[in-house]
Design a protein. Structure first.
Length: 439
């Protein structure tokens, strides 16, 4: 591929790129992202450097995005939680972003040791501009100019994932798993041919391969299905990374950093590819099953049933940037109503504080919470045209005496909230019931 870009290339509004001169580019341009276990210790970082060197030697222009070393972000989050469960999200960002800063510097050193020109980039240096939602910020714009120049000059940029800079000029992080989104955003900004997400499994599976050995590797999955799977808990890719890949048409491959094989070109990719629906020849009815343990159930009980209750409950939560997922309202004959909803476990303390502060307005009788729950979801584009997917799910769970607490659906997904102790049993049973088990 040869491409000539010049100063007259217009800047895009969301993910902008601009170059400082006219240059030609014939090499494949690849973004390689390495997750926590892939850079878990110095040996792993050396192995990653060797893998990057191989791609550079194969003639590719490479940008690398890294996560913190495995366990590091949890350790940093734990410090913030221990000092104060209701800590300032901007200070949390200042703390947790350090994990990626360390890895980017270490990998740049490891690459230089191998004779590969490299330098580290922090989010604010690129810059990766975000909105003001500290601890779960969204990327608003990336200027790919400096990174693009670095790559064409033969220097590998090693970018700290998960972080950017907010409108207040302070470090902002992108939510857990956010380095995937950094990688896709960088790939869009530097117009990469592909974004390779290296992790500890060799692709995207029909369910988490750590739950059942019968999980099957998927060669190609549509953006839409992967988006749905990620949004309901398949943490192999962060939801926003898939959203962005779909919008910016970035080809994303998920592959193992522990296997020997590295992709040479698009015709022999070892991992799973996330692509447009029309690039997939055979479409399964159900493509996968995901679960999320990061769920907390909140029941606001005995509320006088009148217009404005939902706004009074969910308005203050949205003002505090708390995402609410499943919602059920049930009203009794006595005119009192109950509102049950789920949030992420990390938002539970703040949700309780907000609900308690709103009690005089909402006038509820009782607030109950339960963090011992898991959400199981079945996803498949085939649901658009086939009935019976949900009933198979309910029957399979009923046959194992698993009680369904909350249900929610979308066009291509059915989710249920069940007791956490039933997670593995439910996933394995559903995997078999939908015919997903590997032969
Ligand atoms: P990284 O640190 O590389 O970002 P993650 O832990 O975030 O890695 O994501 C990889 C993990 O995602 C795997 O170890 C696997 O347990 C889990 N996972 C969940 N669902 C799936 C799935 N459908 N296919 C593959 N992996 C999955
Ligand atoms: N280090 C961050 C996390 O553990 C971001 C990432 O790994 O993608 O969530
Ligand atoms: Mg991850």
């Amino acid at each position: 591929m040869t491409e000539v870009v010049s100063l007259s290339v217009p800047c895009r509004t969301v993910f902008g790129w601009s170059y400082t001169g006219i240059m030609s580019r014939s090499a494949q341009r690849i973004v390689m992202k390495f997750g926590g276990t892939s850079v878990g210790d110095l040996d792993r970082i050396r192995a990653v450097a060797a893998r990057v060197k191989k791609q550079v030697e194969a003639g590719c222009e490479v940008a690398v995005v890294v996560s913190a070393m495995a366990g590091e972000t949890n350790r940093l989050v734990g410090f913030c939680q221990s000092l104060s469960p209701l800590h300032d999200p901007a200070e949390y960002d200042a703390v947790v972003a350090t994990g990626e800063q360390v890895t980017s510097g270490l990998l740049a050193i490891a690459l230089q040791n191998l004779g590969v020109k490299a330098r580290s980039w922090q989010g604010w240096q690129v810059p990766v501009e975000t909105d003001d939602a500290h601890s779960k910020a969204r990327i608003a714009r990336i200027d790919g100019a400096k990174l693009g120049l670095c790559m064409t000059e033969g220097v590998v940029p090693v970018i700290a994932g998960f972080q950017g800079v907010g409108p207040d000029g302070r470090i902002a992080t992108l939510g857990r798993g956010g380095s995937d989104t950094s990688a896709v955003a960088v790939a869009a900004a530097v117009k990469a041919d592909r974004c390779d997400i290296y992790t500890d499994v060799d692709g995207i599976y029909t369910t988490d391969p750590r739950i059942t050995s019968k999980a099957r590797k998927i060669d190609r999955i549509s953006y839409e299905e992967m988006l749905e799977l990620a949004s309901v808990g398949a943490k192999v890719l962060q939801t926003r990374s898939v959203e962005l890949a779909m919008k910016e048409k970035v080809r994303v491959q998920v592959l193992s950093s522990f296997a020997d094989d590295s992709p040479v070109d698009d015709s022999c990719l070892p991992g799973s590819l996330v692509v447009d629906e029309d690039e997939i020849v055979e479409q399964e009815l159900v493509s996968g099953i995901a679960y999320s343990r990061d769920e907390a159930k909140i029941s606001v009980r005995r509320i006088p049933d009148c217009p404005g209750i939902a706004a009074a409950i969910f308005g203050p939560l949205s003002d505090a940037n708390i995402n609410v997922d499943m919602i059920v309202q049930s009203t009794g004959e006595d005119g009192m109503t109950n509102m049950t909803f789920t949030t992420g476990k990390g938002d539970l303390e703040r949700t309780i504080a907000i609900m308690e502060a709103a009690r005089p307005t909402i006038q509820y009788g009782q607030l109950m919470t339960d963090s011992d729950v898991v959400k199981i979801s079945v996803v498949g584009i085939g649901m658009r045209s086939h009935a019976g997917i949900a009933s198979t799910m309910f029957k399979t769970l009923a046959d194992r005496a698993i009680n369904v607490q909350v249900i929610s659906t979308s066009e291509i997904k059915v989710s249920v909230l069940i007791g956490a102790e039933y997670a593995e049993l439910a996933i394995r049973a559903l995997h078999t019931a939908y015919g997903l088990d590997a032969a």
